[in-house]
Ligand binder design. Sequence first.
Ligand code: HEM
Length: 417
Amino acid sequence: MTTAAVSDEIDLGNMAFWARPHSERLAAFAQLRKIERPVYFGEPRIPGLRSGKGFYALVRHHDVTEALRHPEIFSSEPSVSIPPPPPWAKYIFGNSMVNLDDPRHGRLRRIISRAFTPRMLNKSEQDVTANVNRIIDRAIEHGPGGDFISMVANPIAAGVICDMVGVPEEHRKLVIDRVHTWADYTGARPSFTASLRLAAKNSLGLIGLRRMVIALGKERAKEPKEDVISQLVTANIDGERLTSMELGAFFTLLVAAGINTASNGMAHGLRLLTTHPEQRELLLSDFDKHMPTAIEEIVRYVTPGMRTGRTIKVEHEVNGQVLRPGDKCVLYFMSANRDETVFTDPDVFDITRDPNPHTAFGAPGIHFCLGANLVRKEMTVAFRELFRRLPDIRAIGEGKQLRSNFENGLTELRFEF
Ligand code: HEM
């Protein structure tokens, strides 16, 4: 198959491709994996963003993991988003660690890792358990037939970030609302004006959030508390601490990277455990034994963040294709995670799969998801409590797929119990 023929039929740069059902998108990637050289695509036109010259799609497990392993060739600068955010965004929101290479990335990661220590994770387990139970109480009050995303998954995921950062109760709705706006934005609506409106709403939302967290940072710098913001704005033993700008960028990244991904992981998880009753029975036969591998299988199978981007720094060849400095690559985790040369029966959902070298958390590499252990804990607590209190909880139907080239998301998933 030639590159051109594939591009006509399967155009990863066209939002129409991303409107197709997920099973069709996966079938297209299975075809792309058969092609030796990485295929080149044009970039989608998203209002408010500059369209670049296009990108090479890395779709095989080996190619994706090699790119992650070699940041000296595959750079995260100027941005892992393709097309990149407008230049003014950096001045307003700051530069988040995910868009930086070492040593600047390493410095931020060292400071921010303090937010993800085992002690913080244990504290978070208690908070998540309490939060999940409050959410289940409300679901029981509402009765069956509600939307799992807005009633359960989003509030759990947003609650984790808010608890972690110490966002006061009165601001939490703002965080959840901003998440919805973000999802709408990456969903790039078909109408130009609707997309522009969303872009503006999204930017304003992010500015509001950032302002809120910077104000919290200033308060905590004066009067530190037992929370993550206090740790980040006060110096560690090496005298390192986050500046206001960096704290704002960190929070924006948490909201962008840690809420919809986790929420979609839980929602798709419920859907998969409904459509695979034998896997659910196995899980419930010994929850503590099977949940660790079940989580890895859910994130492999779903791959909530379907891709990331990199820019070539030095000339490099991938399967006969020469990549030159400045060329863009999109690394498709969703495709690497179904690579038949690495996973036996990759389209089978098997909660006992082990080993499971999926790339859903961006491993292996220096940008490996900092929140991976937190989200593992979050999903474990959420499913443990949901199955304990609502043993026959199940998704109704397949849910509505979000139109996005980044998030494997659902905009709605009805559920009953
Ligand atoms: C199922 C849920 C999640 C998935 C699938 C996911 C996926 C990813 C991926 C693929 C990357 C690497 C991006 C790249 O290399 O370009 C990443 C980075 C990151 N994630 Fe997650 N994530 C999840 C949840 C979370 C949560 C809950 C948090 C925070 C509480 C979080 C915080 C971060 C941060 C801070 C980075 C940047 C790390 C760095 O640049 O060194 N993520 N995540």
